[in-house]
Write a protein that binds this ligand. Structure first.
Ligand code: FAD
Length: 435
């Protein structure tokens, strides 16, 4: 016999939508809270930027989206869909292998409409507080969740048996410590607030960080800037020399900056710069969550069993989309299936102690491997095993291997072709790319 639970889903981005679909599939009663006025989350381009461009002021006017105008996906089309609702074969105007961001938004809107999800979403509904209704520890497991949400001027409260958090984690800027930065006179911006290259016209720009955003934004900025100096720890992802773009220079990390505007790099080079653009990633942030048993410490959200369930609250508190360095859509889909089945009783979670042991084991392994805490939710090498485990747990047939072959081929082509990787892939049929 399966159970049907009353479940709150927070967020109607990609993770919230696929969680909603899976929960409905298992006959749960859902309410999806979405603070904006449309579905799609990250994929809704917002030309507005925040009032504090580096995101330090807690009272700043906030913006959820981090997309820049020219953004194209960095995973190819087959990796940007769900297992039974692919993006491949659906063309919303940009049929390229790495389409522009609008294509993904249209896809998610189609996913929501085709799966009848729109009627379950409360729009303009920001969740401001989530907590247990009982304060007594003994009653914890029979307690319910109180969800306080604001819509317009109205504050409302609802109660649920379970909460699934899908609020995204690419909105709260994370900044590096740079010696001398307090007295550095130039402009500082986090990539969260980068939209178009025009404000950088003829400027000397230092880009700090070479993750996926730094990789793309450096070239976008170079279309307008006089010079772009990239400071990066990464030896792997290099932008490389791009024909016609002799104004991009790659360096080691920034060692310090000076009050006269000079930026020094660890390789001994220095430059007089007017803008530092931080492409240094984001921090997990759950401002509404009021519980004792979960912390964010150096970007480790924990304890979380398999990056999804709080061991303390078991099936009743879960997260979708915390993991990164993975095939993101597929991962959120499988995590959502697992949550829906755990809530309905089709899948069983281990005991709290067992889940805690599993989390501790993961932390110990990370420490032994020298993996820093802030990489806790980066899957990379563990991705295949993790996704296979989720598929098996939820009774799916083994995942087709092309998902992983294509992901590996993509990483390799990034290393070989630098910034030209999208054009290289465009020239070839997918089958060639898997060889
Ligand atoms: P989000 O998309 O962030 O959605 C979270 C939703 O929750 C939002 O709609 C938000 O309004 C809502 N919300 C937040 N807090 C509350 C609250 N308190 N109450 C109510 N609602 C709330 N992924 C790829 O697979 N391929 C790519 O090429 C790719 N490129 C990217 C480029 C950039 C610049 C960025 C920033 C991300 C990129 N990603 C890419 C990752 C992308 O974030 C994921 O693909 C995916 O969209 C994440 O979905 P999500 O639902 O987990 O989070």
């Amino acid at each position: 016999m399966t159970r049907s639970c009353k479940v709150a889903v927070i967020g109607a981005g990609m993770s919230g939508l696929v969680a909603a679909r899976e929960l409905l599939h298992e006959s749960h009663q859902i309410t999806v809270f979405e603070k904006s006025h449309r579905v799609g989350g990250t994929w809704v381009y917002d030309p507005c930027v925040e009032s504090d461009l580096v995101g330090l002021d807690p009272h700043r006017v906030k913006v959820h989206g981090s997309l820049y105008a020219s953004l194209r996906t960095n995973l190819m089309r087959p990796l940007m869909g769900f297992s039974d609702f692919p993006l491949t074969g659906r063309d919303f105007g940009d049929g390229r292998k790495f389409p522009r961001h609008e294509e993904v938004l249209h896809f998610l809107e189609a996913f929501a409409a085709d799966n009848g999800l729109m009627g379950f979403v409360k729009f303009g509904a920001e969740v401001v507080q989530v907590k247990r209704t009982s304060t007594s520890t003994d009653d914890e497991l029979s307690a319910r969740w109180m969800v306080k949400w604001v819509q317009g001027e109205q504050e409302k409260i609802d109660h649920f048996e379970a909460v699934v958090i899908c609020n995204g984690h690419l909105s709260q800027p994370s900044l590096p410590q740079i010696p001398g930065i307090d007295r550095w006179p130039g402009k500082q911006v986090h990539s969260h607030n980068y939209r178009t290259p025009e404000p950088y016209l003829n400027q000397v720009v230092v880009i700090v960080g070479m993750g996926p955003s730094g990789f793309d934004i450096s070239v976008d900025v170079a279309n307008a800037a006089k010079e772009v100096h990239i400071a990066s720890r990464s030896l792997w992802f290099k932008v490389g020399k791009i024909p016609g773009m002799e104004n991009i220079f790659e360096h080691e990390v920034v060692s310090h900056v000076e009050p006269d505007g000079r930026v020094h790099f660890a390789d001994g080079f220095s430059v007089l710069a007017s803008i530092i653009l931080y492409c240094t990633g984001y921090s997990y942030h759950f401002p509404f969550l009021e519980i004792n048993n979960l912390t964010v410490d150096d970007n480790r959200v924990g304890p979380l069993y398999k990056h999804v369930f709080s061991p303390r609250y078991g099936p009743h508190l879960s997260f979708v989309g915390i993991t990164c360095a993975t095939i993101i859509f597929l991962t959120s889909e499988l995590q959502s299936k697992w949550i829906a089945q755990v809530l309905s009783g089709k899948c069983t979670l281990p005991s709290e102690d067992e889940m805690m042991s599993s989390v501790k084991e993961m932390y110990d392994e990370m420490e032994q491997a020298g993996k820093p805490k802030h990489r806790t939710h980066w899957l990379y090498d563990e991705m295949e095993g993790y996704l296979d485990w989720l598929a098996a747990e939820t009774g799916l047939p083994q995942l087709e291997r092309w998902w992983f072959h294509m992901f590996d081929a993509l990483l390799k082509s990034l290393a070989s072709f630098g910034h030209g990787f999208r054009d290289e892939w465009e020239k070839m049929p997918y089958s060639n790319l898997l060889k």
